[in-house]
Design a protein around this ligand. Structure first.
Ligand SMILES: Nc1ncnc2c1ncn2[C@@H]1O[C@H](COP(=O)(O)OP(=O)(O)OP(=O)(O)O)[C@@H](O)[C@H]1O
Ligand SMILES: [Mg+2]
Length: 264
């Protein structure tokens, strides 16, 4: 579990990016941080792995104050995936992924074997192993980014708008694969997006932020859609809320039907 207790981040110029945040992020689930641009999502995410230090309050990971863990040790247990995948342009796909097991002390051969297994896991054709990132589509690059983040097998994964640079169809398939992967891996995932549909599709819990870095609501997606806590949340969910809610309910029904069919 990851907790924020009274956490404020004030940058050097006085900008309050996150304001007195209290949040409990459950283990083994996907928690989505959603909200308009500049509301403090990335700052919140980065306080977990100490890329950003909190000005006030306490962030804990599994009961330990992150300030008591040195950053390299902390980050070994926390994968990080960003929008443009952040790949090394001059290394092949395989070596982009193999870098991580190699840094963890595997020899080159073992590191590459692990990288191949990870490519398979995230649905990347083995034929891409020798290509460079620029020779892949945006969606494929994102898969490489996810594979690399998984390479250290960290219990926690931070994902900052990982799918937002790809077109809607590729995005939907990345989301589906990500949900499938998570159902096998059961990582603690903190996922940032500004897309409420993505939040509802992926989140076990959704934290809605508003500008000024204030948490507007933190709840399960069905509850968020059914009972927005404020006018801000209602507006953010938008006019299609009824439709979204219907779609969400239908998806739940379909899932339940599939589960029941599988049990029979
Ligand atoms: N290094 C910095 N110095 C000063 N202000 C910063 C710094 N980084 C971020 N901010 C400000 O803090 C606020 C929150 O930024 P943050 O990047 O966390 O927002 P965000 O919700 O991730 O936005 P987006 O959806 O656009 O990525 C913004 O007002 C931003 O301008
Ligand atoms: Mg951001």
């Amino acid at each position: 579990m990851i907790t924020f207790a009274g956490v404020t981040k004030r940058y050097a110029d006085g900008t309050v990016a996150v304001d007195r945040l209290d949040l409990e992020i459950p283990a083994g689930k996907i928690t989505v941080l959603v909200g308009p641009s500049g509301c403090g999502k990335t700052t919140t995410l980065r306080m977990i792995n100490r890329m950003v230090e909190a000005s006030e309050g306490t962030v804990t990971v599994d009961g330990r104050d992150v300030r008591d863990v040195d950053p390299p040790t902390l980050r070994r247990g926390i994968g990080y995936v960003i929008q443009q995948a952040g790949l090394f342009p001059h290394r092949t796909v395989l070596d982009n992924i193999a870098t991580v097991p190699f840094l963890l002390g595997r020899d080159k051969k073992k590191a590459r074997a692990e990288a191949r297994a990870l490519m398979d896991r995230v649905g990347l054709d083995p034929a891409f192993a020798g290509r460079y990132p620029a020779q892949l589509s945006g969606g494929q690059q994102q898969r490489v980014g996810v594979a690399r983040a998984l390479a250290a097998d960290p219990p926690i994964l931070l994902m900052d708008e990982p799918f937002s640079a790809v077109d809607p169809i590729v995005r939907a398939s990345l989301q589906d694969e990500f949900l499938r992967l998570q159902s096998e891996l059961e990582k603690t995932i903190v996922f940032v997006t500004h897309d409420i549909d993505e939040a509802v599709k992926l989140g076990h819990r959704i934290a809605v932020f508003q500008v000024g870095g204030r948490l507007a609501q933190f709840t399960a997606p069905d509850d968020l859609l059914a009972a927005p806590a404020s006018d801000f949340v209602r507006d953010f969910l938008g006019g299609e809320r009824g439709i979204r809610r219907l779609r969400f309910t239908q998806e739940l029904d379909a899932e339940r039907d599939a589960e029941q069919a599988a049990e029979r």
